[in-house]
Write a protein that binds this ligand. Structure first.
Ligand SMILES: [Zn+2]
Length: 156
């Protein structure tokens, strides 16, 4: 009997939305824990192999961004440091640190939600990604951005 994988039949655009929703639910978890609400998942062959959300407050660690957690988890899962056939989904454009970390993993694709006009890597170092990394922005942009706005408004 053939095991039918529904997800394989979905167009990439739909898959990207689906996984961004997963990342978004992690961002909501961060929000509930009073962390800057950013979530990330890493997908290989239609499976989530790493996930994370921002934990800089809880861990007292400025490097504890969602992407860093997810990259580490995915490398642990695969037992190797390279993520060549993986996609990183993150609700907000990566900062220069996370974009730099993604360079070392050689991740195939990065898909992000909202732009970060102040701290996004494109503002600081637009050429920092690995030349083989494909980048796509604006997936579920509105809801990802709205969660950030709500969070920072509550901080004022
Ligand atoms: Zn970052």
């Amino acid at each position: 009997m053939r095991i039918y994988n529904f997800e394989e039949t979905l167009p990439q655009e739909k898959l990207d939305e689906l996984y961004m929703k997963e990342a978004f639910s992690l961002a909501e978890q961060a929000f509930r824990e009073d962390e800057v609400p950013i979530g990330a998942v890493i997908v290989a062959q239609n499976k989530i192999i790493g996930k994370g959300y921002n934990l800089t407050e809880r861990l007292n660690d400025v490097t504890a961004h969602a992407e860093m957690q997810a990259l580490t988890a995915a490398a642990n899962f695969l037992g190797g440091k390279y993520l060549k056939d993986c996609t990183l989904y993150v609700t907000v454009e990566p900062c220069v640190m996370c974009a730099g970390a993604s360079y070392w993993t050689q991740v195939s694709r990065i898909v992000y939600g909202a732009v970060d006009e102040k701290r996004g890597y494109t503002v600081v170092a637009p050429n920092i990604l690995h030349p083989k990394t494909q980048i796509i922005g604006g997936v579920l942009e509105e809801q990802c951005g709205a969660l950030m706005k709500t969070f920072f408004r509550s901080k004022r």
